[in-house]
Design a protein around this ligand. Sequence first.
Ligand code: ZN
Length: 555
Amino acid sequence: MKIKFDRYYKYDELTKIVHEWAAAYPTLCQLDVLGKSYEERDIWVLTITNQATGAHDEKPAYWVDGNIHATELSASTAALYLANMLLTQYGEDERVTYTLDTRTFYIVPRLNPDGAEWALADVPRFIRSSTKPYPRQDQLDGLHQSDVDGDGRILQMRVRDPNGNWKPHADIPQMLVPREPDDLPGGEYYRLLPEGEIQNFDGVTIKRAPSLQGLDLNRNFPVFWTPKQTSGGTYAGSEPEPRATIDWVTSHKNITGGTSFHTFSGVHLRPPTKGADSELPTGDLRTYKKLGDKAMEMTGYPAISVFHEFAYDPKTQIKGTFDDWLYEYVGVYAWTTEIWSVQKQAGIEDYKFIEWWGYHPREDDVKIFRWFEETVSADFYVDWYEFDHPQLGKVELGGWDILHTWRNPPLELLEKEVAPLADFCLFSCLISPKLELHSTDVQSDGEIHRIRLVVQNTGYLPTNVTEQAQVMNVVNPLEVDITIPEGTKLLLGEKKTFGGQLAGRDQKLQFAILSSDVTDNLAKFEWVVQAAAGTEFEITAKHDRAGTVRTTVTV
Ligand SMILES: [Zn+2]
């Protein structure tokens, strides 16, 4: 089965793809319903691991989701691309094979199927997230973005206005640029608006109406949630899509990290959003930065702190986001990966992600337009055409086809853009803690036997994954059970023994003269039993995040 990554899939097609995968790769891919969306669509979750080497939930796992925001369709593509890579490269690529033999992926290719379906409709509607009316049930007066001429695109409207803020660029006349502060009256100026209709137009004033669909599902997670942030829902976890995610993550304690795909900006965002980096536990910050450098190396996207470099308003922190919840309260490293940056494609390297929108050199606009002209064959910028608007009368529609230029990569560049992101997900899964058997040993004196078990963490990250997990008390210790068969006696030791956390390699010093490789990644357990020679003792070592090891010791 071959899936193409140069287009987006409507819900029915997506459903067909995930079912075909589950049927084609029965030993690698299990399909489940994460939950129901607001419009009662099944939200699909793929569990991808080699089932022959152990149950998915007895291996460390990595979470990936996409498209919680309605128009961020390439986020869904990135998740599908990853799933396809894992399924088709198993047995071909050594890293993929090893990862699926020892670890698990949980992949939700489209967390918000309702919103994406609106964006993909023949007459599309663009909303932030859920299709549920919120916080009001009635639509307020003003301009609502819509495909007013029904051509399948939502573009921009320009209206001639002697006091307009926009004017044609001198060299690229179809491109509008802001008027200079000292531009004299009398020029060709325009008012520039999103394509849409105006509810109860008074003939003069135009205000932007709040969207009837005012929810942002990525503000509904139970982390620093507050009713003050009105897009976050009525309470943390009130909406079905985040709630299903919360339920899955909390009932799969083997999850050791996660990536949420979003668009756009070409960055990997990381917590904390609550404040400066100095608020993170020192070890976690160091590891986050190392992982971020690897992310940059593999994908070309820098890894940045939301608080320091991506705040819309530095004085207001965003609350209730999924990656924040995963780090702060679940205690695993999480990323919000914002796919695609037009600016960077056009060679504008050193720009501020948020501030650029308010102010940037005029040459940037030219660079961007020329880059599209040279690189993209699709109709990225629609030449202005006349339209008889139901409220405004004669206007022109045209401009950027935002969905396929800025919001998402142009379709012809889509696969190239998302491919490296799958590699970083594979890396992120592969660095998880991993519990493995180190050795067993038996020393006997007649019917008395001393059994020794040593297990080890072979992963890069410690079994607790983050210090934050211990701060929040959300990670259980290593647990070892020995079965004591009938007719035998446990003389020393416990049937159930708790160990602590096993170190990984992430906090080790990285220059040889200071290295002191103590065995903090090992744990030793000993029992003294009385049993007839040949008796078998089953031992299970289990760590929620690092996996389960089973062994039988014969005395
Ligand atoms: Zn988003």
